[in-house]
Design a binder for this molecule. Structure first.
Ligand code: G3P
Ligand code: MG
Length: 329
């Protein structure tokens, strides 16, 4: 270890900063190695990798380690949905889970977060075979009945952009307007089920030269459909992922835990490095304002101040162009 320990941590975005698709961005591996000890076995600077992407933390860690040739541990990863593991009140409710199909699909990822009563879009299609109607190749080829014993859905959890947008949009709206019972007539004035969603990115940088639709684009479609049909705004119980406060708070705690494990002094700065101004830069700056407000509140009470010795001093947002600066630290 270096004689003088650093007092900062780093929160890396992944897509557009370290990888484009599965291709490493030049300089990314070197930047990470510069944060490690000489034999590149351990980080000397606490680093977390916070992505709005979907999937299992261990799979993302393995992908980063493989593609960049640098050791990344699952407990350094914050996926867009990771903070949902704190939403215990929904873990034993019947949740309709919408999302991508890689990394074992949305069911496996929801299970990894603690959800126990998971209903996938596929489960719903099977229970109510005439709801999904756009793609004629998926029409039932024989007369089917609704499954009247199917559980009433109590919440909707959206983990990322699905593959068949029209199917998911239709079935989520069906569940919303029937208060979780799509075999019942719609009641658009009825109460809205809790909706939890992660990853608000309208667009993101994948392998193409121009940005791709993200889960935020799917949510825009859903919100507009809901408003047109019900005449009121769709309300979210929680919107998670960058730029949400909860994701930055979660990442900060993780960085602090890693710093404690490294016997580091209290951190005074966390550098948040991202490529998306509306997500990474906005989120880090908003979180800085939140921390400032929290600090001011603490300062009002001297005894609280004495007890609140933890917490980073400052969040600094850096665009991808500034990433090079980090490599030299
Ligand atoms: O789906 C992934 C995307 O929205 C952004 O990922 O790593 O740039 O936060 P990232
Ligand atoms: Mg990015």
């Amino acid at each position: 270890m270096s004689p003088k320990k650093p007092k900062f941590g780093i929160m890396f975005d992944i897509d557009g900063v370290l990888l484009r698709g599965k291709t490493p961005i030049p300089g990314a591996a070197e930047a990470l190695k510069a944060l490690m000890n000489e034999d590149e076995t351990e980080y000397e600077v606490p680093a977390v990798f916070c992505t709005n992407g979907f999937g299992l933390r261990e799979v993302k860690a393995a992908t980063l380690s493989d593609k960049l040739g640098v050791k990344v541990n699952p407990d350094q990863i914050v996926m867009s949905q990771t903070p949902l593991e704190m939403f215990h009140e929904f873990h034993d409710k019947w949740c309709l889970v919408s999302g991508p199909e890689h990394d074992g699909g949305s069911k496996k990822v929801a299970e990894s977060l603690g959800f126990t009563k998971i209903i996938t879009i596929e489960d719903l299609r099977e229970a109510y075979p005439y709801l999904d109607w756009v793609d004629r190749t998926r029409w039932p080829n024989q007369q089917m009945e609704d499954d009247d014993s199917f559980p009433t859905i109590e919440a909707i959890v959206m983990l990322g952009e699905p593959i068949r947008w029209e199917t998911n949009l239709q079935l989520i709206i069906d569940v919303l307007v029937t208060q979780g019972k799509p075999n019942q007539p719609p009641c658009i004035e009825g109460p809205q089920l809790p909706v939890l969603a992660v990853n608000m990115d309208l667009q993101w940088m994948a392998k193409a030269n121009i940005p791709r639709f993200g889960h935020g684009a799917f949510l825009v479609c859903l919100e507009n459909l809901y408003k047109k049909i019900c005449g009121r705004d769709l309300e979210y119980t929680a919107l998670i992922g960058k730029p949400s406060e909860i994701t930055y708070e979660y990442s900060q705690k993780l960085i602090e835990e890693i710093a404690t494990g490294l016997n580091m002094p209290e951190l005074d700065t966390v550098y948040a490095i991202g490529d998306n101004p509306l997500t990474d830069i906005y989120g880090a700056n908003m979180f800085n304002l939140f921390l400032d407000k929290k600090r001011r509140e603490i300062e009002k009470n001297e005894s609280a101040l004495r007890n609140a010795a933890t917490g980073v001093g400052k969040y600094t947002a850096i665009t991808q162009h500034a990433k090079v600066g980090i490599q030299t630290q």
